[in-house]
Design a protein around this ligand. Structure first.
Ligand code: OGA
Ligand code: MN
Length: 213
Protein backbone atom coordinates (compact mmCIF):
# COMPACT_ATOMS: atom_id res chain seq x y z
CA UNK A 1 0.00 0.00 0.00
CA UNK A 2 1.35 3.44 -0.84
CA UNK A 3 -0.81 5.35 1.61
CA UNK A 4 -2.50 7.69 -0.89
CA UNK A 5 -5.87 7.18 0.79
CA UNK A 6 -5.93 8.71 4.24
CA UNK A 7 -9.61 9.01 5.07
CA UNK A 8 -11.08 6.59 7.53
CA UNK A 9 -13.22 4.27 5.43
CA UNK A 10 -16.44 2.97 6.87
CA UNK A 11 -16.75 -0.49 5.41
CA UNK A 12 -19.86 -2.01 3.94
CA UNK A 13 -21.32 -4.97 5.79
CA UNK A 14 -20.86 -7.77 3.25
CA UNK A 15 -24.04 -9.45 4.46
CA UNK A 16 -26.03 -6.49 3.14
CA UNK A 17 -24.90 -6.94 -0.46
CA UNK A 18 -26.89 -9.51 -2.33
CA UNK A 19 -24.28 -11.17 -4.52
CA UNK A 20 -26.49 -14.26 -4.83
CA UNK A 21 -28.98 -12.04 -6.69
CA UNK A 22 -26.16 -10.83 -8.97
CA UNK A 23 -25.42 -14.48 -9.80
CA UNK A 24 -29.10 -15.20 -10.49
CA UNK A 25 -29.47 -12.14 -12.76
CA UNK A 26 -26.28 -12.95 -14.68
CA UNK A 27 -27.50 -16.47 -15.19
CA UNK A 28 -30.90 -15.43 -16.55
CA UNK A 29 -29.95 -12.36 -18.62
CA UNK A 30 -26.13 -12.09 -18.91
CA UNK A 31 -26.10 -8.83 -16.90
CA UNK A 32 -26.69 -7.60 -13.35
CA UNK A 33 -26.66 -4.42 -11.29
CA UNK A 34 -25.99 -4.14 -7.55
CA UNK A 35 -26.61 -0.69 -6.05
CA UNK A 36 -24.57 -0.79 -2.83
CA UNK A 37 -21.49 -2.74 -3.89
CA UNK A 38 -19.25 -0.07 -2.32
CA UNK A 39 -20.17 2.39 0.45
CA UNK A 40 -20.05 6.12 -0.26
CA UNK A 41 -16.93 6.45 1.92
CA UNK A 42 -15.27 3.62 -0.03
CA UNK A 43 -16.12 5.45 -3.28
CA UNK A 44 -14.75 8.69 -1.87
CA UNK A 45 -11.45 6.98 -1.13
CA UNK A 46 -11.13 5.85 -4.75
CA UNK A 47 -12.06 9.31 -6.08
CA UNK A 48 -9.29 10.78 -3.89
CA UNK A 49 -6.89 8.27 -5.43
CA UNK A 50 -7.96 9.29 -8.94
CA UNK A 51 -7.55 12.99 -8.10
CA UNK A 52 -4.04 12.32 -6.78
CA UNK A 53 -3.18 10.24 -9.85
CA UNK A 54 -4.42 13.02 -12.14
CA UNK A 55 -2.29 15.59 -10.33
CA UNK A 56 0.75 13.33 -10.66
CA UNK A 57 -0.11 12.84 -14.36
CA UNK A 58 -0.42 9.08 -13.88
CA UNK A 59 -3.78 8.77 -15.62
CA UNK A 60 -3.20 7.93 -19.29
CA UNK A 61 -5.37 8.07 -22.36
CA UNK A 62 -6.94 4.67 -23.00
CA UNK A 63 -6.63 2.87 -26.34
CA UNK A 64 -8.79 0.45 -28.30
CA UNK A 65 -7.85 -2.91 -29.78
CA UNK A 66 -4.95 -4.97 -28.57
CA UNK A 67 -1.34 -5.75 -29.39
CA UNK A 68 -0.53 -4.83 -33.01
CA UNK A 69 -3.89 -3.20 -33.61
CA UNK A 70 -3.71 -0.97 -30.55
CA UNK A 71 -4.61 2.63 -31.22
CA UNK A 72 -5.78 5.72 -29.38
CA UNK A 73 -9.00 6.88 -30.93
CA UNK A 74 -11.01 9.71 -29.36
CA UNK A 75 -13.89 8.97 -31.73
CA UNK A 76 -14.41 5.62 -29.99
CA UNK A 77 -13.47 6.33 -26.38
CA UNK A 78 -12.19 9.33 -24.49
CA UNK A 79 -11.34 8.07 -21.01
CA UNK A 80 -8.07 8.23 -19.07
CA UNK A 81 -7.06 5.20 -17.02
CA UNK A 82 -4.68 3.91 -14.38
CA UNK A 83 -4.08 0.14 -14.24
CA UNK A 84 -4.08 -1.25 -10.70
CA UNK A 85 -1.25 -3.45 -9.53
CA UNK A 86 -2.19 -5.94 -6.87
CA UNK A 87 1.14 -5.47 -5.06
CA UNK A 88 0.72 -1.68 -4.85
CA UNK A 89 -2.90 -1.05 -3.90
CA UNK A 90 -3.94 1.86 -1.67
CA UNK A 91 -6.30 1.17 1.24
CA UNK A 92 -9.32 2.19 -0.85
CA UNK A 93 -8.19 0.10 -3.83
CA UNK A 94 -7.58 -2.88 -1.59
CA UNK A 95 -11.14 -2.81 -0.27
CA UNK A 96 -12.57 -2.64 -3.80
CA UNK A 97 -10.21 -5.37 -5.03
CA UNK A 98 -11.22 -7.67 -2.15
CA UNK A 99 -14.91 -6.97 -2.75
CA UNK A 100 -14.47 -7.97 -6.41
CA UNK A 101 -12.73 -11.17 -5.27
CA UNK A 102 -15.74 -11.93 -3.07
CA UNK A 103 -17.93 -11.43 -6.15
CA UNK A 104 -15.63 -13.78 -8.08
CA UNK A 105 -15.87 -16.63 -5.57
CA UNK A 106 -19.64 -16.19 -5.23
CA UNK A 107 -20.14 -16.33 -9.01
CA UNK A 108 -17.84 -19.32 -9.36
CA UNK A 109 -19.83 -21.13 -6.68
CA UNK A 110 -23.21 -20.44 -8.33
CA UNK A 111 -22.39 -20.36 -12.04
CA UNK A 112 -19.20 -22.39 -12.50
CA UNK A 113 -17.75 -19.58 -14.59
CA UNK A 114 -14.21 -20.54 -13.59
CA UNK A 115 -13.23 -16.89 -13.04
CA UNK A 116 -9.54 -16.69 -12.05
CA UNK A 117 -7.64 -13.47 -12.71
CA UNK A 118 -8.72 -9.88 -12.25
CA UNK A 119 -7.40 -6.94 -14.26
CA UNK A 120 -8.73 -3.51 -13.30
CA UNK A 121 -8.18 0.18 -13.86
CA UNK A 122 -9.40 3.43 -12.37
CA UNK A 123 -11.19 5.47 -14.99
CA UNK A 124 -11.93 9.14 -15.62
CA UNK A 125 -14.09 10.59 -18.36
CA UNK A 126 -13.87 14.39 -18.65
CA UNK A 127 -17.01 16.37 -19.62
CA UNK A 128 -18.10 15.60 -23.19
CA UNK A 129 -16.51 12.14 -23.01
CA UNK A 130 -18.08 8.90 -24.19
CA UNK A 131 -17.38 5.30 -25.24
CA UNK A 132 -19.06 4.11 -28.44
CA UNK A 133 -20.93 0.82 -28.63
CA UNK A 134 -18.62 -2.19 -28.40
CA UNK A 135 -18.23 -5.70 -27.01
CA UNK A 136 -15.41 -6.31 -24.47
CA UNK A 137 -14.62 -9.77 -25.82
CA UNK A 138 -15.44 -9.51 -29.52
CA UNK A 139 -16.22 -12.93 -31.04
CA UNK A 140 -14.55 -14.59 -28.07
CA UNK A 141 -11.12 -13.42 -29.20
CA UNK A 142 -9.90 -12.37 -25.75
CA UNK A 143 -10.02 -14.28 -22.49
CA UNK A 144 -12.28 -11.77 -20.73
CA UNK A 145 -15.30 -13.56 -19.25
CA UNK A 146 -16.98 -11.01 -16.99
CA UNK A 147 -16.88 -7.20 -17.23
CA UNK A 148 -17.44 -5.22 -14.00
CA UNK A 149 -17.77 -1.48 -13.55
CA UNK A 150 -18.12 0.17 -10.14
CA UNK A 151 -19.26 3.80 -10.31
CA UNK A 152 -17.83 6.44 -7.98
CA UNK A 153 -19.87 9.57 -8.73
CA UNK A 154 -21.13 10.97 -5.44
CA UNK A 155 -23.19 13.78 -6.94
CA UNK A 156 -24.56 12.25 -10.13
CA UNK A 157 -27.97 13.65 -11.16
CA UNK A 158 -30.27 12.94 -14.11
CA UNK A 159 -28.99 15.03 -17.02
CA UNK A 160 -25.34 14.56 -16.09
CA UNK A 161 -24.99 11.93 -18.83
CA UNK A 162 -22.44 9.13 -18.75
CA UNK A 163 -25.06 6.40 -18.44
CA UNK A 164 -24.03 2.84 -19.28
CA UNK A 165 -26.36 1.42 -21.93
CA UNK A 166 -26.60 -2.33 -22.38
CA UNK A 167 -27.95 -3.97 -25.53
CA UNK A 168 -29.36 -7.42 -26.21
CA UNK A 169 -26.89 -10.26 -26.88
CA UNK A 170 -28.74 -11.20 -30.08
CA UNK A 171 -29.71 -7.70 -31.24
CA UNK A 172 -27.25 -4.86 -30.72
CA UNK A 173 -29.93 -2.28 -31.56
CA UNK A 174 -32.21 -3.41 -28.74
CA UNK A 175 -31.62 -1.43 -25.53
CA UNK A 176 -32.11 -3.64 -22.47
CA UNK A 177 -30.86 -1.45 -19.62
CA UNK A 178 -29.56 2.01 -18.83
CA UNK A 179 -27.46 2.28 -15.68
CA UNK A 180 -26.88 5.60 -13.88
CA UNK A 181 -23.19 5.86 -12.87
CA UNK A 182 -24.06 6.62 -9.23
CA UNK A 183 -21.53 6.05 -6.44
CA UNK A 184 -21.57 2.49 -5.14
CA UNK A 185 -23.39 0.90 -8.09
CA UNK A 186 -21.83 -2.18 -9.69
CA UNK A 187 -22.79 -3.13 -13.25
CA UNK A 188 -21.52 -6.45 -14.57
CA UNK A 189 -22.15 -8.53 -17.68
CA UNK A 190 -20.72 -11.40 -19.68
CA UNK A 191 -17.93 -9.84 -21.76
CA UNK A 192 -18.77 -11.83 -24.90
CA UNK A 193 -22.53 -11.33 -24.87
CA UNK A 194 -23.42 -7.74 -24.15
CA UNK A 195 -22.84 -4.81 -26.54
CA UNK A 196 -22.67 -1.60 -24.50
CA UNK A 197 -21.82 2.09 -24.66
CA UNK A 198 -21.25 5.11 -22.41
CA UNK A 199 -23.42 8.10 -23.30
CA UNK A 200 -21.85 11.57 -23.52
CA UNK A 201 -20.84 12.97 -20.14
CA UNK A 202 -21.84 16.44 -19.01
CA UNK A 203 -19.31 16.42 -16.17
CA UNK A 204 -16.41 14.41 -14.76
CA UNK A 205 -17.24 10.71 -14.42
CA UNK A 206 -15.22 8.32 -12.25
CA UNK A 207 -15.28 4.54 -12.05
CA UNK A 208 -13.30 1.40 -11.40
CA UNK A 209 -13.44 -0.99 -14.33
CA UNK A 210 -12.40 -4.62 -14.12
CA UNK A 211 -12.48 -7.87 -16.05
CA UNK A 212 -12.27 -11.43 -14.82
CA UNK A 213 -10.54 -13.99 -17.00
C1 OGA B 1 -15.15 -0.29 -20.90
C2 OGA B 1 -16.57 0.12 -20.74
C3 OGA B 1 -18.31 1.16 -19.42
C4 OGA B 1 -18.52 2.17 -18.33
O1 OGA B 1 -14.27 0.31 -20.23
O2 OGA B 1 -14.89 -1.22 -21.69
O3 OGA B 1 -17.36 -0.30 -21.52
O4 OGA B 1 -19.67 2.33 -17.89
N1 OGA B 1 -16.94 0.92 -19.70
O5 OGA B 1 -17.57 2.82 -17.92
MN1 MN C 1 -16.63 -2.10 -22.46
Amino acid sequence: MNGISTIDLDRIDLDQINLDQVAADLSSGSWAVCKNFLSLAECEGLVTDIENLRHAQHMHRAGVGSADRYQQNTLVRSDAIFWLEEAALTTAQHIAWDRLQTLRTTLNRHLYLGLRDLEAHLTHYAPNGHYSKHVDNFQGKSSRILSCIVYLNLDWNPGDGGELRLFAPDDEEKLIAEVAPRAGTLACFLSRDIPHEVTTTAKDRFSLTGWFR
